[in-house]
Write a protein that binds this ligand. Structure first.
Ligand SMILES: Cc1ncc(C[n+]2csc(CCOP(=O)(O)OP(=O)(O)O)c2C)c(N)n1
Ligand SMILES: [Mg+2]
Length: 370
């Protein structure tokens, strides 16, 4: 599976943003390296059985989350699939809360009840982490609809605060683009002018099935967005600077015009699909070919060439990040597991009624299982 590097732009071309500042590039380098280190340690902890359940790491794809989340506002909603640690960290979740969640500890972002696939961070406007392929795509439409309704109709938020013009980012993998719910969502958001951008993190594989074997017209994914009347964009997701230059004006155009978006963001994952994947469907040469184009190494060498980063600075940045992640792991290790009483807290709207054999559901029907 080899994907052609892409940079096919739509009508937003004319508004390509200017070169990002050195400060921003250094921040991206740090954010991407944090995800890389975090994911390498996650894989290690999984192998030591400190983390259980399904676990999918994001190594290789770091520029996607960092570059796209770096193009929106702190209070724009974000929702994604199960390969979600990178999005959580890019959105501002602490490594402690993210790691503790995977360790099943009470200090985790979802009190240890969600695990790897369900990173959730309400203060940072991250609405999961979803394990059912494509399930987050109608949720992305709903989040964007709610924000638009608050702005255009209610003129304020439900809590009385200012309603802003927002854009929602909804991520999905190339393996999710043929889900029916996604097509219904695309149709809906286009008809109703809902500003949600669907970002296909196209890593070329759905588990072990290469894209040309799982989807029709795989070389032209944006034709799907265009067929719903959505101005769509192809971007090379391995080069964060180019990604930002193309994506940032696109976001602002969707925000201003209250229009949805569809982005084919071409990327590659270095590890297997999940932690138990013998990877018989691809060659080591293919993986190495992509590693040679690594987004972190590329940005670091660009910054060195421009004289904005020395070898020593880069080494000490890597060390500081390593220490930060190690201390998050230690904190996760030391944190307590949830009390039994936490089992149904935050799970049901009214746990007692729904779980008691004597009572009925809130809407009055009797529980048929009892
Ligand atoms: C509805 C549904 N069908 C099947 C699965 C099993 N499954 C989990 S991940 C996956 C592959 C999805 O690949 P992709 O969307 O490309 O995401 P990636 O893992 O590459 O990030 C499948 C089929 C699932 N979780 N949900
Ligand atoms: Mg994929």
């Amino acid at each position: 599976m080899t994907q052609a590097p892409a940079q096919k732009h739509s009508s937003t071309d004319s508004t390509m943003t200017s070169e990002p500042s050195t400060e921003l590039k250094l921040k991206w380098l740090r954010d991407m390296q944090l995800i890389r280190e975090f994911e390498n340690r996650t894989a290690q902890a999984y192998q030591q059985a400190k983390i259980g359940g399904f676990c999918h790491v994001y190594t290789g794809q770091e520029a996607c989350a960092v570059g796209t989340i770096g193009s929106i506002n702190d209070d724009d909603p974000v929702v994604t699939a199960y390969r979600d640690h990178g999005h959580a960290l890019a959105r501002g979740m602490t490594p402690e809360a993210c790691m503790a969640e995977m360790y099943g500890k009470i200090t985790g972002c979802a009190k240890g009840k969600g695990g790897s696939m369900h990173m959730f961070d309400r203060p940072n406007w991250l609405f999961g982490g979803h394990g059912i392929v494509g399930a987050q795509t109608p949720l992305g439409a709903g989040l964007a609809f709610a924000a638009k309704y608050e702005h255009d109709v209610m003129k304020k938020r439900v809590d009385g605060s200012e309603a802003k013009k927002k854009v929602t980012l909804c991520y999905l993998g190339d393996g999710a683009i043929d889900q029916g719910a996604f097509h219904e969502a695309l149709n809906y958001v286009s008809v109703h002018n809902i500003p949600v951008i669907y970002i296909i993190e196209n890593n070329g594989y759905s588990m072990g099935t290469a894209i040309n074997r799982h989807t029709a017209n795989s070389g032209n994914l944006i034709s799907r967005g265009e067929s719903y009347g959505i101005d769509s964009l192809e971007i090379d997701g391995l080069d964060i600077v180019e990604l930002y230059k193309g994506f940032k004006p696109y976001v602002e155009s969707c925000r201003e015009n209250s229009r949805p978006g569809f982005v084919d963001l071409k990327t590659y994952r270095y590890q297997g699909h999940s932690m138990s994947d013998p990877q018989k469907y691809r060659t080591k040469d293919e993986v190495d070919e992509y590693k040679a184009k690594d987004s972190i190494a590329r940005l670091a060498s660009q910054l060195m060439e421009s004289g904005d980063l020395s070898e020593d600075d880069w080494k000490s940045m890597q060390k500081a990040i390593r220490d930060e992640v190690m201390s998050a792991m230690q904190a996760a290790e030391d944190a307590p597991t949830p009390e039994l009483s936490e089992l149904i807290t935050d799970v049901y709207a009214n746990p007692e009624k729904n779980l008691s054999p004597q009572t009925t559901y809130t809407h009055g029907a009797r529980n048929p299982l009892l």
